[in-house]
Write a protein that binds this ligand. Structure first.
Ligand SMILES: O=C(O)CCC(=O)C(=O)O
Length: 259
């Protein structure tokens, strides 16, 4: 499945693209069945919430389950990534991020390259993040928020926002971006489109969300009685691979075989 010219324009302008209903409900339910089995395992690849025993992140799903392995090779995922990067890309990370009903865990405002660069020594912000909603996601169950245009600095070039280390808000430490930067980026987005200062990525299960390594995003608590589950694949050009191997393989896969 190739992206249209209009899709590419939106991605380049906003730093993200939402693709409604890319996968069918049946396909997603089959993944959810497998996910439940993975979630029940006790292993380092399952990361718990800070204040509960709920699994917050199920890492390395394509290595742990055959259906997820097939899923990451689906042309609806691989072809758009390949169309954008036009060079060999490897699977840097797969995971499923979960928010149980009525839980407080959040993702702080951040951009992925801040983490890929500092934690894994990835040289350039060329990785792409491809998310697929495994639940219906609305305004109340902790949707991912994004700031349009925050991936760019000036008129061209990728943004490199200053970061600070947050290892206290949640169980998963991230290099986060401070409030002043967020305020400035939201203001900038509002000057371009007052109706799109922050966008909550919502949609039915099967909807996909693609974004750049420098796009600012976060997600708030799930204040609803509904769960919120999102699959995520990060794909990075092989020539731009990690230079630091300290993190375990389930956080940054070391296999550079092209996707
Ligand atoms: O799942 C979420 O709410 C956000 C995930 C995220 O920000 C990330 O994986 O970088």
């Amino acid at each position: 499945m190739m992206l249209s010219d209009a899709d590419i324009q939106i991605l380049q302008r906003d730093g993200f693209l939402i693709m409604p209903d890319l996968f069918s409900v049946e396909e997603i339910e089959a993944l959810n069945d497998r996910l439940q089995i993975l979630k029940d395992e006790t292993c380092p690849e399952n990361i718990l919430e800070k204040n509960s025993n709920e699994v917050r992140m199920v890492m390395a799903v394509h290595q742990r389950d055959k259906l997820f392995e097939k899923f990451v090779h689906d042309p609806r995922i691989v072809e758009p990534l390949q169309q954008i990067r036009q060079e060999p890309i490897y699977i840097q990370q797969t995971k499923v991020n979960s928010k149980a009903p009525l839980t407080n865990d959040v993702w702080q405002w951040h951009y992925d390259f801040g983490n890929h660069h500092i934690k894994d020594g990835v040289p350039e912000p060329l990785a792409l993040s491809f998310h697929v909603f495994l639940d219906d996601i609305g305004p109340f169950n902790g949707p991912i928020h994004l700031i349009p245009g925050s991936h760019r600095s000036g008129t061209d070039g990728y943004a490199q926002h200053p970061v600070y280390y947050d290892d206290y808000t949640t169980s998963y430490a991230v290099w986060a971006v401070d409030d002043q930067v967020i305020s400035a980026q939201v203001k900038k987005a509002g000057q371009i489109n007052p109706d799109q200062q922050i966008v909550a990525a919502t949609g039915r299960k099967g909807t996909a969300l693609l974004f750049y390594d420098t796009t600012l995003h976060c997600s708030p608590a799930n204040v609803s009685p509904w769960k919120r589950t999102i699959f995520s694949l990060i794909a990075n050009p092989v020539r731009n691979a990690y230079t630091n191997t300290e993190r375990p393989d389930y956080l940054h896969h070391k296999d550079l075989t092209p996707l």
